[in-house]
Write a protein that binds this ligand. Sequence first.
Ligand code: F6R
Length: 368
Amino acid sequence: EKGGHKHFMHKEIWEQPRAIADTLRGRMLLSEGDIHFEGWNLSPEKARAISKVTILACGTSWHSGVAGKHMIESLARLPVEVELASEFRYRDPIVDSSHLAIAISQSGETADTLAAFKEAKRRGATAMAICNVMGSAMTREADISVLTNAGPEIGVASTKAFTTQLVTLYMLAIKLGRMRGTLTVKQAQEHLTHLTEIPKMIEDVLKCEPSVKRVARDFMNSQDFLFLGRGPMHPVALEGALKLKEISYIHAEGYAGGEMKHGPIALIDEKMPVVVIAPKQPHVAYEKIIGNIEEVRARGGKVIAIIDEDDAHVSSLADHVIRIPPACALLAPVVATIPLQLLAYHVAEMRGNDVDQPRNLAKSVTVE
Ligand code: F6R
């Protein structure tokens, strides 16, 4: 059932080209420059009247929400707040009937997300669920459900659920952008074209596994890791750190690159590996991230850089490089996440950990 893979997590990492193709299937209307979601019942008037989007999620799904904020703000020009579902309900959140509340959840059963979702709905928001499990509690609660279609995810550490959430959020941003008139047909067609390229790009990026394994071998005994990314790569840094700590039990932190000088720089010494996610894109402030790399090097830290295939500059600065195919800025998180999933997997596997059943964690957290 693991299809020749040692662990479900490894199988699920490698399934991502197929999973993402399934997420896209039947939904991209290229000639119209639009997206078709089954069961979509948001009227054009309502779509135009939305004043704010509130994303509610936990863990990895919260990270996809942070990336989704960049997508929805950029393509649909709507303000987006990304809330930790476990915090949302315990204050007096500002919600009204012009708000769209989006719960993001692989399982659709996470107690905190469900409770926050119900609370947003009770206060009048339109409730949309982005879930991987049809018929789950969240899809039953929702006014509109959009499925990620990743197929069952068995490994406790979320992989294909995350990347299919990213792709779904991108489609949603296009859909809302079209309905609200912030995207022309032509612009939407360009975005759809970017999406169609993603499964092949994931296939290509999976070829980095041998170089990721070398990095894993070099750093498997490190005590701490830092992950840095800017703009849409910030949630990728958070996700890279979460994946590593969940299954390798190595302490890891993800930071927005610009925050390094405000604290974490104090941690850097010769023992500290720093994974810098640095594809060459305007949103990601490439020059600034190079500045981060230089700051790490000046303190003797070890730099592992995730860079574009054709990048010659960073490769001369970093101790290790992992090359990825260049995607557009908003979709680059889908591609850049893959080497970080593989890094966490191989470090954990080399340390002899139970990758699919990490200690203290459950696949679906049904307690608040
Ligand atoms: C991380 C992980 C958790 C889940 C979180 C939310 O690998 O699996 O952080 O992402 O518990 O779960 P869902 O998405 O099912 O609501």
